[in-house]
Ligand binder design. Structure first.
Ligand code: MEV
Length: 323
């Protein structure tokens, strides 16, 4: 019989509302947690330290796993941070966040594993430090990650993110319903990020100009979110999608879902995350949500409804203050 868990931890998925790819080059981006999907980890007593990713039937001994095993790496990093030897625990993780789909699956799995191990040691870390540890694992997944995924899944709040800076909270002026639709085409972020880098290296001034226009969308979007101006936000989403298409990270499947959402009445739609496949997000006025969801259900692998709820930007919504 499996022994009862000693401890557990979890972390949400994420969506990027504005600014993906440009954020790798120091421009601002806006990301929000997607708590409808989560990674869940638990720790049970065992004879040695092992980590198991149940969904993909991957299990390794933490002490002898290769350096590039992301599951073992986060356990080693947490134990080293606490000054603890590897404990005799089996640490398991499950997730309903699709892999390689732009929803932050890798970062959420690392954060859930870290939280379960911290809880089993009756320890905690400030979110800024936990985010740094998860970032170390993100480097295995992404090559040159900006740090936005680890930040949003650890803080579990909407964030205004600039690489190398502390994340900022911001106010939300009105309810923002968002529909997320999966193309069903897996697309590793590492590949899309590397291709954009090649394009940037070949023609830096063209790419810098595109990144600057994406950054302008992010800045205007923050103001529109704070003002609760859904109409402007939808226009900016469409503009951001056009720019992402120009840097060649959209795909026929993404374009089809974007079209489907817009035709069904969405205010705006764009890919979210690395692109080339994965998920699309659509901003929808509350009264149109049902028809956009129904339309997307006919052509997407999976549809998730989420929303940002109105709140003022204050201490209790400051990512720097939460754990
Ligand atoms: C991935 O969720 C977002 C990208 O901008 C990569 C990154 O920021 O590390 C594509």
């Amino acid at each position: 019989m499996t022994p009862p868990p000693i401890a557990a931890g979890s972390a949400p998925g994420k969506i990027i509302l504005f600014g993906e790819h440009a954020v790798v080059y120091g421009h601002p981006a806006i990301a929000v947690p997607l708590s409808q999907v989560r990674a869940q980890a638990r720790v049970v007593a065992s004879s040695s330290c092992t980590v198991a990713a149940i969904d993909i039937r991957h299990q390794v001994a933490v002490a002898s796993a290769p350096d590039d095993d992301p599951f073992a790496l986060i356990i080693r990093l947490v134990c080293a941070e606490l000054g603890q030897p590897l404990p005799p625990w089996r640490i398991e993780v499950r997730s309903d966040i699709p892999i390689a789909s732009g929803l932050g699956s890798g970062a959420a799995i690392s954060a859930a594993l870290a939280r379960a191990v911290l809880a089993a040691f009756s320890a905690s870390l400030p979110p800024s430090r936990l985010s740094e540890l998860v970032y170390e694992v993100e480097k295995l997944h992404h090559g040159t990650p900006s740090g936005i995924d680890n930040t949003v899944v650890v803080y579990e709040q909407p964030v205004w993110f600039v690489r190398g800076q502390a994340p900022q909270a911001f106010g939300v002026g009105a309810r923002l319903p968002i529909v997320v639709a999966d193309t069903g085409v897996p697309s590793p972020t590492r590949v899309a990020v590397a291709d954009v880098r090649h394009g940037w290296q070949a023609d830096p001034s063209h790419y810098e100009a595109l990144f600057e226009r994406i950054a302008a969308c992010s800045r205007q979007a923050r103001r529109a979110i704070e003002a609760g101006d859904l109409r402007t936000l939808g226009v900016l989403m469409n503009e951001n999608q056009a720019l992402l298409t120009e840097i060649d990270v959209s795909s026929p499947e993404l374009a089809r879902l974007v079209r489907c959402a817009r035709q069904a009445g969405a205010l705006g739609a764009k890919l979210s995350g690395g692109g080339r496949g994965g998920n699309m997000i659509a901003l929808v006025a509350p009264e149109r949500v049902a028809s956009v969801v129904a339309a997307l259900e006919t052509c997407a692998r999976r549809v998730i409804q989420t929303e940002l709820l109105p709140h003022a930007s204050g201490t209790d919504s400051d990512p720097g203050q939460s754990s």
